[in-house]
Write a protein that binds this ligand. Sequence first.
Ligand SMILES: *Cc1c(COP(=O)(O)O)cnc(C)c1O
Length: 423
Amino acid sequence: MIKKPFVTKEKLEEIAAQVPTPFHIYDEAGIRENAKKMNEAFSWNPGFKEYFAVKATPNPFILKVLADCGCGTDCSSYTELMLSEASGITGHDIMFSANETPAEEYALADRLGGIINLDDITHIDFLKDTLGYIPETISCRYNPGGVFEISNGIMDNPGDAKYGMTHDQIMEAYKRLSDMGAKKLGLHAFLASNTVTNDYYPMLARTLFELVVEIREKTGVKIAFINLSGGVGIAYRPEETPNDIAVIGEGVKKAFEEILVPAGLSDTAIFTELGRFMMGPYGALVTRAIHEKHTYKEYIGVDACAANLMRPAMYGSYHHLTVMGKEDAPCDHKYDVVGSLCENNDKFAIDRMLPEIEKGDLIYIHDTGAHGFSMGYNYNGRLRSAEVLLHPDGSWDLIRRAEKPADYFATFDCFPEFAGLSK
Ligand SMILES: *Cc1c(COP(=O)(O)O)cnc(C)c1O
């Protein structure tokens, strides 16, 4: 698949004249179209709801666009819960899937009316001690252990993951929660990340549907909703085939009809908690080439760095690059495209064949809409960038200003001698 920017060079220069690079830009039209396809793919399930994983793109303007498309939020911390509330998303439109959760976070999730997803069996008593009761609607996170292998060789290692309860624990947990007054129980599992295959959700669904039937048989407990969580991936590389959510939805439906319907459980609701799939392709990091360096390799220095997009430095992740205005030029130059951190892994591309880059060129880093801005940090005193939302009619809004030095010094404001720096 040829990867094309969702915005023109002219539009980016227009924006850059008011919002200096680097900035992340998001494509509202793409977000809405994809969310619509997501809902259509699962429209066979009357209770279906996507709870967008806030950690992927924690911006209230994005959450509002997604809420307008029928999505709720999946929160995992106190401030993510605050963000959801500030975006007008509360009650059962919140799933709270945290782990090693502090008591005050459970308390806030419950005060907002969110659905709490327990990561461990010991959290039943912890929650009871925190709230004084067990909420009527509550969910448990399952970890089957071992290795989870998807047909085309993609695999992940749940047995090594810190999340979720074992098979026996989750059986016990549902019995105890029911005895303590819970009425609407949910099952949640996240077994593999960024799966670029239409098979992941259907395989996961099969595992969870079979477990739900077993829970019913062995404990008498009826599971009201099943949360397939995150993990549906995107094609970061041009040679990858993107997932087809319609095919994925059909695959889950088939498993539902084969396992849950015959067991008399056809009223079970399906939830998802996707981050990357909902936002990844609909965001880009826009940066400008500000230096070129010819030493043992050819380097292009840009004004963004790993503090604005950590994935390449952290996981060696591939992000496709487009040099704006040179889409049709031959890729006959081999570059390392690098940021300014004093860390040699601060490279957006290594030995990448690209058109000849000149100082001043805008470089569009694809697929930063999820786990991009949000993984930002302040190493080397680098500041987080602005975020811009491009609307379907071509107009745009700044949806987060860039950090200023005063923001960096804000946590010294309690010391009179440094207070001036945070103004
Ligand atoms: C990170 C996360 C998600 C979203 O994962 P994606 O890979 O972005 O789809 C969903 N649920 C939980 C509990 C998570 O930790």
